[in-house]
Design a protein around this ligand. Structure first.
Ligand code: Q9C
Ligand code: ZN
Length: 700
């Protein structure tokens, strides 16, 4: 460590960082790669020409008012705005029959009466003389986006399109959808870019049966959809939307349906399904591209969905998908009919794609019983197909064929809401307060040797804070082997960075210390000496010696992965340990991340996360990056990373992970946890699930 902190080199690093920083302060690019936004007001031309209450909600303002809000927030301006193109008939025929394409083409010259008559052949559809060009443009916009992402022109992006696509089928329009934008894009990515694994996440509140049917035999497309189902009483009322429909032939296991059997689902329900169903399968699948059928009728206030997820929930959903496929994510608008909610939810999606830290998730972090029932069922249905669920041992709750009406079991389904019954004031409040803007800078307290690295713009800690008496005493007690005069650098600089995070001068940071155990203890005490944060999550990896006598009034939660086994008595809901070296092996770690670490973190709602990577903690660099990224979700991006003598490239990788750069590689190939390790994780989750309801994956 000696000589690692020379002032001259440190200053050099600072000045180059400061230079880079000036360009960034004004118009911050979203990581190195950029975010595409595709929109054309011509897609606002289609509209309903006759009276039809069912179709009346699909209005041009869905597009125009959403785009206006993106501009007003300054988000559109931060994107690479790409022009749309009109898809060719060849493109359309990647999914649709030539006969059907000809029928839609024919609508351009039809009278209002003829359009109406044709529309009646389909379920919940209207046509307009502009339907054909608009629908071709919607497909073309989606293809532009996918091409831009797959050629590396941008890192990710969103297409704002009308008409939507996910209900349309080979030979049929359906549910406002004419051509299947996302299904065509997936087929295009396969055929024309040679992709072998594409994940489609359909968070619209309706089942995208059109996408499901297009790929039900196809193992190269993993289709995930959640949807309002209410035991098959909600539109489109299909048996094939239930959890036990998993795909056919070689495609078995590659269709994942999560039915919502109650309305009023909240943020915790959505995040639980992502953590306990989608993420494990997606990590195992290891997609090369993620397409999101981004419908916002699943958001609060929507008259179709009647769910209660708030706009920032969509920031979290997006954020949880970004570690996949090296961040190659394309979001394509589907439904969303409550204009304010739609616009706000799109803003939060795009903001997250741009790399902004995600705002804290509101609401009780407790999934409702009906959601747990769905989670249990879908996990049971998929356990035979996915190694990451193989340890699943509870079967489904109910078999769908026998389910009739209410079971009499009191289910804690959230109460039903409509948009009319006094909800308006609440909604206006939720939707009008723009997410509190967070300071986005990061800070570094790293050795001078780091000046050779390519680091993101950052504040550098040149000086440490003077140590408090108790910190000096701690140092003397725990690290007497180190000369006292090194304490300032080893302890003072990380603590100076911590102070900057606590006082919100920077959002996050990385500190290197030769003695992380002592530094961690000092950091915990120092944090508790401040009024805020009221909740501090401390995640330690590897064998670290952290005494737990914090007298913290429940302000801290300690979570250790891969440390020494502790006596039963040392365990508590706020001191959680998954012990043993095997715990940091890739398979076990990934399982622990989605099933233990993130649910506990989301349940605790920390205001700050301290991540300590112990010496030789055994984690792959990619897994540390993944942890660094994902743990920023529950705490609004506020994180201090403490490392002991890391390899320098790791410092570089983690610094970029802190500012939201996509992971450099995919997570695959997937190595499942050993049965013993899977059992150990499962057992720990069981012990803790009373105290941390986000750990629950079943109602039993
Ligand atoms: N009250 C999309 O969101 N009407 N399509 C259902 C139930 C059809 C929705 C009536 C809804 C179609 C893309
Ligand atoms: Zn929908």
């Amino acid at each position: 460590m000696q000589g690692g902190w020379e002032a001259s080199r440190s200053r050099r690093l600072r000045s180059s960082a400061a230079r880079a920083g000036t360009g960034m302060a004004k118009n911050r690019p979203s990581g190195p790669q950029g975010t595409a936004l595709i929109y054309d007001k011509d897609m606002a031309r289609v509209r309903l020409l006759w009276d039809d209450p069912e179709c009346a909600i699909e209005v041009p303002e869905r597009l125009t008012s959403t785009y206006a809000r993106l501009c007003h927030r300054g988000l559109a301006q931060r994107c690479v705005q790409l022009p749309v193109r009109e898809a060719t008939e060849e493109d359309l025929e990647l999914v649709h029959s030539p006969e059907y394409v000809a029928v839609v083409k024919g609508t351009q010259t039809m009278s209002r009466e003829q359009l109406h008559t044709l529309a009646q052949q389909y379920d919940a559809v209207y046509f307009h003389p502009s339907t054909f060009p608009c629908a071709r443009m919607a497909v073309g916009a989606t293809l532009q986006l996918v091409d831009a992402v797959l050629t590396g022109a941008v890192g990710n992006g969103m297409a704002l399109v009308r008409p939507p696509g996910h209900h349309s089928q080979r030979d049929a329009a359906n549910g406002f959808c004419v051509f299947n934008n996302v299904a065509i894009a997936a087929e295009h990515a396969k055929r024309r870019h040679g992709l072998q694994r594409i994940l489609i996440v359909d968070w619209d509140i309706h089942h995208g049966q059109g996408i499901q049917r297009a790929f039900e035999n196809d193992p190269s497309v993993l289709y995930f959809s959640w949807h309002r189902y209410e035991h098959q009483t909600f539109w489109p009322r299909l048996r094939e939307s239930d959890y036990d429909v998993v795909g056919q032939g070689p495609g078995r296991g590659f269709t994942v349906n999560v039915p919502w059997n109650k309305v009023g689902m909240r943020n915790a329900d959505y995040v639980s399904v992502f953590l306990h169903v989608l993420l494990p399968l997606a990590i195992e699948f290891d997609p090369e591209l993620v397409l999101v059928s981004a419908g916002y009728d699943s958001g609060i206030g929507d008259p179709e969905g009647e769910m209660k997820a708030t706009p920032e929930c969509f920031a979290h959903l997006t954020f949880l998908l970004l570690p996949l496929a090296r961040g190659r994510l394309c979001a394509v608008l589907e439904g969303g009919y409550y204009l304010q909610s739609l616009a706000e939810c799109v803003c939060l999606t795009l903001q997250t794609l741009l790399g902004d830290p995600v705002p804290a998730l509101s609401g009780e972090p407790v999934p409702c019983l009906s959601a747990l029932e769905s989670i249990q069922n879908v996990r049971a249905a998929h356990a035979p197909h996915w190694a990451s669920l193989r340890h699943e041992n509870s079967g489904p709750v109910l078999t769908p064929s026998t389910w009739q009406g209410d079971t009499g079991t009191p289910l804690l389904g959230a109460p039903s809401i409509g948009t009319t019954d006094g909800l308006k004031p609440l909604l206006d409040k939720v939707l009008s307060c723009p997410s509190r803007s967070l300071c986005t800078g990061i800070g570094l307290a790293v050795p001078d040797s780091a000046s050779s690295l390519n680091l993101p713009p950052a504040l550098l800690q040149e000086k440490g804070v003077p140590l408090r008496q108790e910190e000096e005493a701690l140092w003397a007690r725990l690290d007497s082997a180190f000369p006292q005069d090194q304490a300032l650098a080893a302890l003072g600089k990380p603590l100076a960075l911590l102070d900057e995070i606590l006082t919100r001068q920077v959002r996050a940071g990385i500190a290197v210390s030769p003695t992380v155990s002592t530094t961690t203890v000092a950091a915990l005490h120092r944090t508790l000496s401040f009024e805020a944060p009221s909740r501090l999550l401390c995640v330690t990896l590897g064998d670290l010696d952290i005494p737990e006598d914090l007298r913290d009034d429940g302000r801290t939660l300690l979570l250790n992965i891969g440390g020494k086994e502790q006596p039963e008595a040392a365990r508590s809901p706020t001191c959680i340990r998954l012990a043993g070296r095997e715990a940091t092996e890739p398979g076990t770690f990934l399982l622990a991340l989605t099933s233990l670490i993130l649910p506990v973190a989301y349940g605790f709602r920390p205001e700050l996360v301290l991540v300590v990577l112990g010496p030789g903690c055994g984690l792959r660099s990619l897994d540390m990056e993944l942890l660094t990224r994902l743990l920023q979700g529950p705490a609004g991006g506020r994180m201090l990373l403490l490392l002991q003598n890391p390899e320098l490239p790791l410092v570089e990788a983690l610094a970029w992970a802190l500012v939201g750069r996509p992971l450099p590689g995919t997570l695959g190939p997937f190595l499942p946890a050993s049965p013993e390790q899977a059992l150990a994780v499962k057992r720990l989750c069981r012990q803790l699930r009373q105290d941390w309801p986000m750990l629950q994956v079943s109602v039993t």
